[in-house]
Design a protein around this ligand. Sequence first.
Ligand SMILES: NC(=O)C1=CN([C@@H]2O[C@H](COP(=O)(O)OP(=O)(O)OC[C@H]3O[C@@H](n4cnc5c(N)ncnc54)[C@H](OP(=O)(O)O)[C@@H]3O)[C@@H](O)[C@H]2O)[C@@H](O)CC1
Ligand SMILES: Nc1ncnc2c1ncn2[C@@H]1O[C@H](COP(=O)(O)OP(=O)(O)O)[C@@H](O)[C@H]1O
Ligand SMILES: [K+]
Length: 513
Amino acid sequence: MIEAWSAADVRAAEEPLLAAGVPLMERASFALATQVLRDLRARRRSVRGARVALLVGAGNNGGDALHAGAYLARRGVAVTAVLVAERAHAAGLAALRAAGGRVEALHEAPERLGGVAGDVARSDVVLDGLLGIGARGALRGLAADLVRVLDAGPRPWVVAVDLPSGIGVDDGTVPGPVLRADRTVTFGAAKPGLLLPPAAHLVGELTVVDIGLALRAEPAVRRLEPADVGRAWPVPGPGDHKYTRGVVGVVAGTSTYPGAAVLAASAAVRAGAGMVRYVGPPAVGQAVLAVRPEVVTAPGRVQAWALGSGVPVGFGTAQAGRDEGQHRRARTALAEAAGRPGSPVERTVPAVVDAGGLDLLEPTSPPWFVLTPHAGELAALLRRRGEDVEREAVEAEPVRWARRARELTGATVLLKGSVTVVAGMDGTYAQADAPAWLATAGSGDVLAGVLGAMLAARSADVVGRPALSAEVASATALMHGLAWRRAGQGGPVAALEIAGAVPAVVADLLPRG
Ligand SMILES: NC(=O)C1=CN([C@@H]2O[C@H](COP(=O)(O)OP(=O)(O)OC[C@H]3O[C@@H](n4cnc5c(N)ncnc54)[C@H](OP(=O)(O)O)[C@@H]3O)[C@@H](O)[C@H]2O)[C@@H](O)CC1
Ligand SMILES: Nc1ncnc2c1ncn2[C@@H]1O[C@H](COP(=O)(O)OP(=O)(O)O)[C@@H](O)[C@H]1O
Ligand SMILES: [K+]
């Protein structure tokens, strides 16, 4: 698992060490220089004579870049520091000069911007040390101008120092120009903005360097890795039978959108549900059975629901494909699963609420409900609860709006997108496990089905400790991405094939022995 701490928590952890004279910047810059040497060796035959440009801002982030530049200069690298602010880290500057590095004081001659940017672009590696955790708002002034010019030209290999300068350190926003990094070397711990969209797309490969910080607070954002999923995946034991493994109830699809039912039910079967009950129009049930004869269509108890995929509700405009029967079935399931008065207690179970199901929710829901909107659906859900927000605003600040939806609805919120953000009761997760090939019609229905199976397998645990829903949802997003990799082999894939790849991915992930 990768864990990320806020800028304030990182500073609080640094303070006692700095007070005790622990050389944090030396540790950080040495690790940075070592990584740059590795990158240089991978990219050219000899380190000696390689060209490295340092983009240096006014603070300690620039200091890291300057000290790393000094190490590199001593290894025979031709290092040029480009200063963009009146101030620059004095000790770092002295170290670089002493090691034979060159200094280009761009702030003293801003008219040289074009020429300097051209030189920077011809470097073997560029270190972005403009801003670190001291960033406030978008890059300003000459730093912003330089990044804009560099962005427009040919791209050298960029290593971001601590983080790509100008991203929202704690919220992953991209309020202005940012130089996209090929690698980010971050110190002490990852920062939330490195994991959260949209900034996460500017980070490149993430290297976390241990500089000895003791971070005591809870991490602000977590990202699960495959081994975490392997450890958490429900593995049946000798005493299990299909009911203990969990029955998933699927209320999905209509005669207009039968495919969603087929995809969600297939995915639940493939993810290892003990049994899948399809609840819906008989003709859709037949379509499901034609693909997955394991599914049953008889009514009965379930341990979790997957509701709403392919069940449009269509407020106002999109009325096509409405099916009042499906709305009624979904509403009944939602009420029972929430434990509304009058429902048998054993019917209080987790529920995945997808697509049209989001329009059928009561104003508030229990935290063992996992809502799975994409940005447009989240914006609509928020508008219905009084927020003035459009899809674009959700895309610009996904974590803010996912958390807001969690507050307003009470449910766990899994916001789909190129990075999936999960806002849960005791924390936030961000999963970036597949490229845009995964964005294919029906892929969200598969996610809903897999998540239904996961929640059914841990039904009582999730209702008893609803904070677990977020972790289960994140693990499912990761599994979804891995299944794409397996099914698509790096290229396009059909949604049903993603479901089909789940068993092999699970088998690979489970601990051996
Ligand atoms: N503490 C330690 O020992 C360790 C710290 N470490 C390193 O220090 C980094 C944090 O350093 P930091 O606190 O000096 O802040 P930093 O990010 O360099 O920027 C502050 C400067 O930027 C300016 N500025 C702000 N916003 C701006 C904007 N939008 N556009 C333009 N300028 C802007 C701001 O100017 P002001 O707004 O105050 O005028 C101020 O001068 C951290 O990320 C890590 O790399 C490691 O070495 C490990 C040990
Ligand atoms: N740019 C992207 N990169 C990677 N994954 C994406 C991207 N866009 C969407 N996805 C993923 O693709 C799936 C699409 O789900 P959804 O929008 O509900 O589609 P559908 O309703 O057609 O099934 C989600 O899991 C989402 O996280
Ligand atoms: K930086």
